[in-house]
Ligand binder design. Structure first.
Ligand code: ATP
Ligand code: MG
Length: 634
């Protein structure tokens, strides 16, 4: 071994043959293509250390780029472990996310325009503002989806003038896109997508700046290359043009941002664009035990068009992935937490445990349990409180008013649930005063409404009183069928929204309701969670890690719990809808998500397969079927 490699070994950092080949290949384009846990990120940092200490490349000619701030932070920390890399140099080395790197270039060129105070942090709100002017109603138009659509266009460098919409929804998005762009410009605001577009324009327009940055980023390394999108790649290509010391690291099986325009095909294209590129494969998995790697492989091998790769676990274990079969989401939370208590009793550290889920909604039950336990946890992205979602609030407003709860919010929610204009609020107050009646009774005296509404309202007090005699679950069914809540949900089954359905939330509400005997107890629970949610969702970094599968990319944990391993959750319902329409791409991306989730585990993975999900009988995730035949269960 070379003295430096020996030094690394002494510092407990070993590298296999292929890894070392990549570490020492410092000149020209390099593609490192390998499966999960094969040491790609480790090689990337070791290579940077090698370039600094052995090849003596100046630190101010190098940059390491990745996707998330968490990953960048981890890489920076890993850099410090290498012999010869002083704290000062580690500090000087540019380790950035795409966005922070690009924004830095823009700020340099035009500090006023790109000052962070002009960053539009909540594009959603501005989009809604603009959309309202176009008459797009928030309760029926899927703004989330529209934002994704606009972002997709921008990231494919499509200007409004060059788009021909294919659906009525796209047509509305296009109108919104134009107006949104104009408004941002008028307000001198920019969003994250503008940073990408702005940076590409900057480099294309200014030769001088481009040359400067080509100098500054002579040696560029990119982690998680499978998730790069067109515009990001265009920028990288420009920067790497003269010298081509571009190292990219990736795994096509972990490409999970297709909905944002990332494209794993760039991995394949890399060697076409850079014919001089060297490709290195890594085939050993150093992270997980053999049963974990074997299971992950069995899941992903069903995908088509995969690049050829091998992955051999270095460690065997008797422990196979464990399946849980809870009755529903509530029991799932209980089972997972009980199992975690056992792990903790066995001396496992909290931070070695991760709980992964497909969408933020799927963690609702578990979060409720955790808030009531004394287990510290950290959650990456604060989900909104389930009981404060507009649709759920509207459903619960029937309960609240039947128990004579009288507040402006209850009135607003109920008016919305009944499709009655908000300005009727004042009239309700007046009626209450004049007649000396309860809020509930005042509804039946509202005037100036359509005949069918009037009829509905006359019956409302009696119907609400009936609610209090029912158990919460039956009461919700009554609200749904007799009080017209089905219409509310249908109207709010947002136009164009592929990802979320209001009726799903309502079904979840019914599952929760089953646990309570009275409406009062149910509401108390909801209020308790609302209060806890706002006060104690502050997270502790050393606690259990809760995150979506998307956010877990690149990370590793001793024990990984995956919630909701059923069809319609993973794979997400939208992917199944797409499949029915003949588009298999989303389903393949969902399968890659499952692969990413399983391969986060070092010692073992726990797959929870609730037999009921969202108040319906559910089926084990189709991705897990190859495993179910051979695995143990609990
Ligand atoms: P992912 O695809 O999930 O991003 P990766 O390929 O980037 O994974 P790393 O995170 O770099 O993999 O490495 C996985 C684990 O294996 C880490 O804990 C790393 O320290 C360890 N590891 C990598 N190479 C070796 C090696 N040669 N010997 C021992 N451990 C190694
Ligand atoms: Mg990695």
């Amino acid at each position: 071994y070379s003295p430096y490699r020996q030094q690394l070994l002494d510092a407990n950092l070993s590298f296999d043959h292929n890894q070392w080949e990549a570490v020492t290949h410092t000149q020209g384009p390099l593609l490192l293509l390998a499966g999960a846990g094969s040491g790609k990120t480790r090689v990337l940092t070791a290579r940077a250390a090698y370039m600094l200490t052995e090849v003596h490349i100046p630190v101010n000619q190098m940059a390491l780029v990745t996707f998330t701030a968490k990953a960048a932070k981890e890489m920076r920390e890993r850099m410090r472990l290498y012999p010869g890399v002083t704290t000062k140099v580690a500090h000087q080395l540019l380790v950035r996310t795409f966005h922070s790197l690009f924004i830095q270039m823009l700020q340099h060129a035009n500090p006023q325009k790109w000052d962070m105070s002009h960053l539009l942090k909540w594009p959603q709100s501005l989009l809604k503002e603009v959309g309202t002017e176009l008459g797009l109603d928030e309760s029926t138009f899927a703004y989330d989806q529209a934002l994704t659509q606009i972002s997709w266009w921008k990231n494919h460098m499509l200007l409004p003038s060059s788009i021909s919409p294919k659906t009525p929804f796209e047509e509305k998005c296009l109108g919104l896109y134009k107006r949104f762009e104009d408004r941002k410009e008028a307000l001198t605001l920019f969003d994250f997508d503008d940073v990408l577009v702005g940076c590409l324009n900057l480099l294309q327009e200014s030769r001088h700046l481009l040359e400067r940055y080509q100098q500054r980023f002579t040696y560029l390394s990119i982690d998680e290359f499978q998730d790069i999108n067109k515009i990001q790649f265009e920028i990288i290509k420009l920067l790497a043009q003269p010298h081509q010391h571009l190292c990219v690291v990736g795994d096509d099986d972990q490409s999970i941002y297709g909905f944002r325009g990332s494209n794993p095909e760039y991995i394949q294209l890399f060697t076409t664009i850079y014919p001089a590129a060297k490709t290195i494969h890594l085939s050993a998995n150093y992270r997980s035990t053999h049963p974990i790697v074997a299971s992950a492989e069995r899941v992903i091998e069903k995908n088509l068009d995969r690049l050829d790769k091998q992955l051999l676990a270095q460690e065997d274990s008797k422990d196979k992935p464990l399946f849980f079969y809870p009755l529903n989401e509530e029991e799932e939370a209980t089972m997972v937490i009980e199992d975690i208590y056992q792990k903790l009793n066995q001396g496992c550290l909290l931070s070695e445990i991760a709980i992964l889920y497909r969408t933020n909604v799927s963690v609702r039950a578990l979060l409720e349990r955790l808030l009531d336990s004394n287990i510290p946890f950290s959650i990456d992205q604060k989900p909104d409180c389930f009981y404060e979602r507009p649709l759920i609030r509207r459903a619960l407003s029937f309960f609240r008013i039947s128990l004579n709860e009288d507040s402006n919010i209850v009135i607003q929610d109920l008016l919305q649930a009944l499709f009655i204009r908000q300005d009727k609020q004042i009239e309700l107050k007046q009626i209450q005063q004049q007649r000396g009646c309860t809020l509930l009774d005042s509804f039946s005296f509202l005037s100036d409404l359509l005949p069918f509404q009037q009829k509905k309202l006359r019956e409302l007090p009696m119907q609400c009183r009936k609610l209090t005699q029912l158990k919460p679950y039956e009461a919700l069914t009554f609200i749904e069928n007799e009080l017209g809540f089905k219409d509310t949900m249908r109207k709010q089954g947002q136009e164009g929204n592929k990802m979320e359905k209001g009726s799903d939330d309502f079904k979840q509400l019914k599952v929760i309701a089953k646990q309570f005997e009275t409406i009062e107890a149910f509401l108390n629970h909801a209020d308790h969670v609302i209060a806890k949610h706002s006060s104690s969702l502050e997270t502790s970094p050393d606690g259990i890690q809760l995150m979506t599968v998307h956010r877990s990319k690149g990370l590793e944990f001793n024990y990984v719990y995956i919630l909701g391993c059923v069809d319609r959750s993973i794979p997400h319902e939208y992917a199944l809808d797409a499949l029915r329409e003949g588009d298999e791409k989303p389903l393949q991306e969902e399968r890659r998500l499952m692969y990413v989730a399983i391969t986060r585990a070092i010692k073992n993975v726990f797959l929870s397969v609730p037999t009921h999900y969202r108040d319906n009988r559910s089926f084990p995730s189709r991705f897990l079927r190859p495993l179910l035949k051979s695995s143990s269960s609990s």
